[in-house]
Every structure is written in C-alpha cells, then in structure tokens.
Design a protein around this ligand. Structure first.
Ligand code: NAD
Ligand code: UFG
Length: 343
C-alpha cells in the first residue's frame, strides 16, 4: 500500500530529482511537474533506473494557471506538494527581475490557489538561508531576523515565505513547512544524477568540478580578505542527498498530529561552516588532483559568513546531516566525471 501521493514541482531539477529518490525509497508515490526550463527530460529514466519504480512526469509550466488548475482537477489523490519549481540564479535575477518575480511569486500563487481549490492541504516549500541576509549573529537560528536580500531571487524567497504564511493563516486547513536550505552540493551515490548548470556555473562546487574536468580554465576565489581563519568566505555546505532526506522528514511532520497549525520553518544545514579554501582542499583530496585557482576581488553582494544552527531540525524533524565535506566533494567529482565521460 503506497503512502501519500506527492506532487513535486521542479522535480526534474537538481534538488528535486534527488528528493524524488528519497521519497520513492520511503514508499511515496510521485508525480513530477516541471517545464524543463532548467533541467533535462533525461533525468526521468535515470530516476527509474535508480529506484526501480515508474516516475510520473508532466511537462507543465506552473505560471500557466489554467493548465495547473486542469492538472489538479484531473489528477486524483494528491495529498501533498513539495514546491521546488523556481528560477534560482542570483546574478540572472538582477538582470531579469520581472522574470524572477513572475516565475517564483506568480508560480507560487497559482500553486496555492490550485491547492486550496482542490483541498490539497500539505505543502513543503524550498526556501533558502538567503532570507537571513547578512546575519549579525552566527550560527543563524530560525528565530534570527530576516535580513536585506539584495537580489530579486533572494527577495522572491522572502515574499513566497510571507505569502505562504498569510495564506495558511487565512486557511487553517492548509499546513506548511518552509525548509531553509544552506548550500547544497554533491550528487547521488549512483553517479547517475547531479547538478548540470546551464552555462558557466555561478556556484562554487560546479565551478570547481568543471575546472578540474578541463571545461573551465581556472577557478576565481572571490576574496581572501574576509575576517575568517584563511580570509575566504564561510558557508554551510550540505550534501544534496541529506537535503533530500529532510523532505521525507518534513512530510512526516506535516502528517503528524504533533504539528501545530500554521507554517513551521527549519534550517537545513550541517551546522558547520567551511571556507572556500577548505572546499578546494577537500576537493583536491577527493579527486587526487591539484586545482587551478587564483584569488580575485570579492564578488558583489557576497556575505562574509553564514552557517546554520540546525538543532531545531534535529529535535523536531528528527533529521540531521550524515555526510561530511569530503563525501560531498567526492560525490560531486564522481558525477562530473560520469557526466563528461572522464575515467
Ligand atoms: P533547479 O533549477 O535545478 O530546479 C528547479 C526546477 O524547476 C527545474 O527543473 C526547472 O525546470 C523547474 N521550473 C522552474 N520554473 C518552473 C515553472 N514555472 N514551471 C515548472 N517548472 C519550473 O534548481 P535546484 O537547485 O534544484 O533548486 C530547487 C529549489 O531550491 C528552488 O526553489 C531554489 O530556489 C531552491 N534553493 C536552491 C538552492 C541551491 O543552491 N541550489 C539553495 C536554496 C534554495
Ligand atoms: N565562490 C568563489 N568562486 C566561484 C563561486 C563562488 O570563490 O566561482 C565563493 C563565493 O564567493 C562564496 C562561496 O564560494 O563565498 C559560495 O558561493 P556560491 O555561489 O556557491 O553560494 P552562495 O552562498 O553565494 O549562494 C548559494 C545560491 C543561492 C542560495 C544560497 C544559500 O547561489 O541561491 O547559496 O542557499 F540562496
């Protein structure tokens, strides 16, 4: 007897695809809705290969309200939604703010309306530690104040959290959890799925693996004059499979009678900060090859340091990260090698 049927928006993407595996392995039935704007249909057969189960996939753009409403009406027995579908590039959002607001905010509004109309009452939302802005105190807890987010992308996450909060307040039958991801990196242990950035990566880990694979010439380290042990910025990197597992815990929480009404917020990180140089060293150890890098100036909008207090997730979701930084960089390299056909 399968558990709930879960609608996964953006399930063909990087975090969504890893989460689908965890959900199927935990007995959930899955329907992916994705417009493939930042993913490939090739991931669907890979999910079947990894899990041994069929994965339903519908090519649909959640900005299309009518198509989304029709999908909900025609699809029986959706119990919960995990909402990954969003545009996620910080730089691109500065250049195309309206595209980001339309996709991320209008998409979420359409989804909430369709859920209410079809009495689907459980939602897990993909939020980000970017909502904390540049924090005054570390580690950040869920009670830390939301900060200034310079990019439209970051602001769209704050707005979505607020509109989910207000909708749940007005419709108490709806229950939601917002997971604030720290920095997801790495790939599934099968090496069959992983992160595939379109164009030059903005993020550290894919830039490192693509440099080692010879796709990029050299990694630029953005600043070594921060007030950190080696001068490079600190982030809380989290293995994408650990992050995926947090969604299984969030769904269980939504179904438990212990969950208070309203929205609950959880930090999903390891609780440990690593500098850019520590990530590079870990990668060099995992890959057994030196990485070409040069230190350049700070990147606009970057913050010095952020890492999670993840104790609320441990206590309430019964979730904590299992993998360390070396596991993350090793799995990222395995994926890059497989993807590029490198031995
Ligand atoms: P991704 O781009 O790999 O996945 C997002 C998926 O959503 C893609 O498959 C894309 O095609 C789909 N999509 C986008 N707009 C859509 C639309 N209008 N209709 C249907 N499908 C649409 O990104 P990801 O890294 O897997 O991120 C997933 C979620 O997690 C996003 O909400 C992102 O903002 C959030 N998040 C990501 C990170 C990160 O560093 N990767 C950190 C914090 C939060
Ligand atoms: N960095 C480099 N060189 C690069 C890329 C990054 O030195 O080529 C540095 C950055 O300056 C930063 C660190 O590596 O100090 C991490 O940078 P990322 O771009 O990988 O990650 P960010 O913390 O800047 O942002 C990411 C996502 C956001 C998300 C945030 C929190 O891009 O969307 O994590 O989840 F909100």
């Amino acid at each position: 007897m399968p558990k709930d049927r879960v609608l996964v928006t953006g399930g063909a993407g990087y975090i969504g695809s890893h989460t689908v595996i965890e959900l199927i392995n935990n007995g959930y039935e899955i329907i992916i809705v994705d417009n493939l704007s930042n993913s490939s249909p090739d991931v669907i057969p890979k999910l079947k290969e990894i899990t041994g189960k069929m994965v339903s996939f519908v090519n649909l753009d959640i900005r299309n309200k009518l198509a989304l409403q029709t999908f909900f009406k025609r699809t029986e027995r959706i119990e919960s939604v995990i909402h990954f579908a969003a545009l996620k590039s910080v730089n691109e959002s500065v250049e195309q703010p309206l595209a980001y607001y339309e996709n991320n905010i209008q998409g979420t509004i359409n989804l909430l309306e369709a859920m209410l109309e079809n009495k689907v009452n459980s939602l897990v939302f993909s939020s980000s530690c970017t909502v904390y802005g540049s924090p005054d105190h570390l580690p950040v807890t869920e009670m830390s104040p939301l900060g200034h987010t310079p990019s439209p992308y970051g602001y769209s996450k704050q707005v979505c959290e607020r509109l989910i909060h207000d909708t749940v307040h007005a419709h108490p039958e709806l229950s939601a959890i917002s997971l604030r991801y720290f920095n997801p990196i790495g790939a599934h242990k099968s090496g069959l799925i992983g992160e595939v950035p379109s164009g030059p990566p903005n993020n550290l880990m894919p830039y490192i693996t693509q440099t080692a694979a010879g796709v990029r010439e050299i990694l630029s380290v953005y600043g070594d004059d921060y007030n950190t042990p080696d001068g490079t910025a600190i982030r809380d990197y989290i293995h994408v499979s650990d992050l995926a597992a947090a969604h299984v815990s969030a769904l269980s929480r939504l179904q438990s009678s212990d969950k208070p009404s309203g929205v609950e917020y959880f930090n999903i990180g390891t609780g440990k900060g690593s500098t850019v140089m520590e990530v590079i060293r870990s990668f060099e150890k995992a890959s057994g090859r030196p990485l070409d890098y040069k230190v350049v100036g700070r990147r606009d909008g970057d913050i010095e340091a952020i890492y999670a207090d993840a104790s609320k997730s441990k206590e309430i979701l019964k979730w904590s990260a299992q993998y360390d930084l070396d596991d993350m960089t090793a799995s990222a390299w395995t994926w890059e090698k497989n993807y590029r056909g490198i031995n």
